[in-house]
Write a protein that binds this ligand. Structure first.
Ligand code: SF4
Ligand code: SF4
Length: 331
């Protein structure tokens, strides 16, 4: 292993310095068990994670968030269900801790109440895929709700049917004055035609690189991320349960211990139950394509990227990408 100063020139050292001081401590919260959609492949509903008694008392939410803050959380990632169905809980988080809201975009987060909260809007491909998987073309609504919003971006979940067709979607996002982060469908409910084949993944990798080259101001990504999510490989190691960094701390009994997100928890909406990880408790880890888990996997394994300058550049780019997506550094 070499040192940062021998591997990086002055410009990269400055980029490294900017991210290495961030000390991100994230946890994930199911804000509600309800949603105004029922997407096929939604990890939350398909794994039964909504089968808890939702806490309805806002004062209990406030006390819980205060405890989380004391626990050291400096990034609350709100998912569900659909968080915008519970604006009071959203506000309770937003007023206490840096907050990120993942939404399907059908209900607009009022910017007078949440002026600078980062919003990630889910999008599952083009209009036809969205109708098959989600029952409606959400882009038509969400793009009007968030057009030109500097604190919102699309979380574009790519399906095998999107290979070769991503450009028109990215162009529409650019034309709506928004940015996009790309991730891959894990097909938790085994919908026919939506599971990945190796040749589709390798074609997609090159398509993603091309999109990044053509739309560098719209696509928040980097080539190394494309490599990692399409191959599932990092420095010769394969992503899966033995490697995953995004496991709830109290449920992580892996031996030998794994490099992981410090104090990471994923809480259910009863504020007592914890779920196994950042995504579905029933998902087969060997098929997991979760983008945030793959990014975190890179981030917690800095030491393995300290052998060559190119590797450390890759590590920095993934870390910067994560930090931009959660508003720790500007776009
Ligand atoms: S919008 Fe999100 S939470 Fe709601 S059903 Fe779809 S994937 Fe699940
Ligand atoms: S399903 Fe994915 S995120 Fe969850 S433990 Fe397995 S590999 Fe990690």
């Amino acid at each position: 292993m070499k040192t940062v100063s021998t591997l990086l020139d002055a410009e990269w050292r400055e980029r490294y310095r900017r991210i290495s001081s961030l000390n991100i401590r994230s946890s994930i919260y199911d804000l509600t068990n309800r949603c105004n959609l029922r997407c096929k492949g939604c990890f939350f509903f398909s794994s039964g994670e909504h089968h808890v008694q939702e806490e309805m008392d806002i004062r209990r939410w406030e006390a819980f968030i205060d405890r989380e803050k004391i626990r050291g959380v400096n990034l609350a990632i709100l998912i569900g269900g659909e968080p915008t169905l519970c604006m009071d809980r959203l506000e309770a988080f937003y007023r206490r801790v840096p907050t990120y809201c993942a939404t399907n975009g059908l209900i607009k987060v009022p910017r007078d109440r949440f002026p600078d909260m980062m919003v990630g809007i889910s999008l599952w491909g083009g209009g036809e895929d969205e109708k098959i998987l989600r029952g409606r073309d959400t882009f038509a609504v969400s793009s009007k709700n968030y057009e030109g919003d500097p604190c919102a971006y699309y979380l574009y979940t790519l399906t095998p049917r999107q290979v070769g067709k991503t450009e028109p979607v990215i162009r529409r996002i650019r034309d709506a004055g928004l940015k996009v982060h790309l991730q891959l469908l894990s097909n938790d409910e085994g919908v026919d035609g939506f599971s990945w084949r190796p040749e589709e993944l390798s074609d997609l990798r090159f398509e993603l690189d091309e999109m990044l080259d053509h739309y560098p101001r719209t696509v928040i990504s980097c080539r190394y991320y494309h490599e990692i999510i399409t191959t599932g490989l990092m420095q010769g190691r394969r992503f899966g349960w033995r490697e995953c960094p995004s496991v709830t701390e109290s449920l992580d009994h892996r031996q030998p211990p794994v490099r992981r997100l410090i104090h990471f928890y994923r809480w259910a909406a009863d504020l007592q139950t914890v779920h196994r990880c950042c995504t579905s408790a029933t998902r087969d880890c060997s098929t997991c394509k979760d983008g945030a888990a793959h990014m975190s996997w890179v981030m917690v394994n800095k030491r393995d990227h300290m052998n060559a300058t190119r590797d450390l550049h890759n590590w920095i780019e993934v870390y910067e990408m994560f930090a931009k997506l959660y508003k720790f550094i500007p776009w």
